[in-house]
Design a protein around this ligand. Structure first.
Ligand code: ADP
Ligand code: MG
Length: 329
């Protein structure tokens, strides 16, 4: 496997949100059509994620949770050709180091599947093969994390104190994936004192659209006045999504319903958000529209290796690109 130590960038896992992000991105990278997340006590006691993606092949069992193991980059040059969300091979290793135990169940060839356990260093400590059960005749992976932060006393105390807020932050972040991957069926549950409740869900399937999920998340008016936009900026950059014909801002938290993605990665592109807000104010008299916009960029024109969580991206010749978007909007 590739030596990606050159592109590692310190600790990815700082809070519940980043854990959920990394796990969900792994499921998406495994080309799943279904993701189920289960939290116990807002994630304090237990977190699990199950997908129906391609599974982890037995030859990777020893290494998946080791630092810098990734199956997604084979040569360093692949970074210029990246079409997966992950590439550093740090997430599972960090998760092992900050939790009591990580268990993985995975299946690449139904009905044979495996139950694996990893220690704090990410070393495989138990491996057992099974036949049938659990994966409904499909491939997939289920990862469970027991007692997050338990070996980091200060963070553990803080997590317990702020668990509801941390949980809410994680779910809000997760919602962005649900919106931009409408074809994936999401179900998220939280269990408190043995009582399990549905926190977030999306129907999934080829017929579900971004607008359907806007309604699912924000209620029956969630897609009201959202007008499709589709712009070809140049041969490497396309912009697609929806922008509302009416104001949402003023008095509410503006960013609550302004979503920007680059290659379906939720990103923080304040400059571009400002351009959209400015153009809509000037030409459409819309103060802070609702928008959900994905910019599809040739990966060779993009650098996502800037921050551990990859929510900051650098587009080559960004100012020129943004000016072109301003003119086209
Ligand atoms: P990265 O995503 O940067 O490669 P991770 O630490 O997140 O690193 O995951 C390490 C490796 O474990 C991945 O490259 C992939 O091969 C495997 N993996 C993790 N989660 C899944 C999953 N849900 N399905 C299939 N493979 C997975
Ligand atoms: Mg990953």
């Amino acid at each position: 496997k590739a030596d990606v130590s050159k592109i590692t960038s310190g600790q990815v896992i700082i809070d519940l949100k980043s854990i959920v992000k990394e796990l969900v991105e792994n499921a998406i990278d495994a080309e799943c059509s279904k993701i189920e997340l289960n939290f116990q006590n807002y994630g304090i006691d237990f977190i699990s994620i199950t997908d129906d993606g391609k599974g982890i092949p037995p030859e990777d069992f020893e290494s998946v949770c080791l630092r810098s193991h990734t199956s997604k980059i084979v040569a360093f040059d692949d970074l210029n050709n990246l079409n997966t969300l992950g590439f550093r091979g740090e997430a599972l290793n960090s998760i092992c180091s900050i939790s009591h135990r990580v268990k993985i169940k995975t299946c690449t060839e139904y009905p044979k599947n495996y139950e694996l356990e990893y220690d704090n260093l990410g070393k495989l400590s138990k491996s057992q093969s099974k036949i049938g059960g659990g994966f409904s005749k499909k491939t997939g992976t289920s990862i469970s994390i027991e007692k997050l932060f338990v070996n980091l006393p200060v963070r553990f105390k803080n997590f317990i104190k702020n668990s509801k807020r941390e949980f809410h932050k994680a779910i809000t972040f997760l919602t962005q994936y649900l919106l931009i991957y409408p074809e994936i069926k999401f179900s998220v549950f939280n269990e408190i004192n043995g009582k399990k409740s549905l926190v977030l869900s999306g129907r999934g399937g080829a017929k579900t659209s971004v607008l359907d999920n806007m309604i699912t998340v924000f209620g029956s008016n969630g897609a009201k006045g959202l007008i499709p936009i589709s712009l070809s900026i140049n041969e490497d950059i396309k912009l697609e999504g929806y922008i509302s014909s009416y104001s949402f801002g003023l008095g509410r938290s503006v960013t609550d319903r302004q979503f920007l993605f680059v290659n379906k990665r939720p990103v923080n592109l304040k400059k571009l958000a400002k351009i959209i807000n400015d153009v809509y104010k000037l030409f459409n008299h819309v103060q802070y529209p609702i928008f959900i916009v994905n910019i599809e960029i040739n990966p060779s024109k993009l650098d996502v290796n800037l921050t551990p969580d990859k929510t900051f991206v650098m587009i080559h010749q960004e100012s020129e690109v943004f000016e072109m978007i301003r003119t086209e909007l």
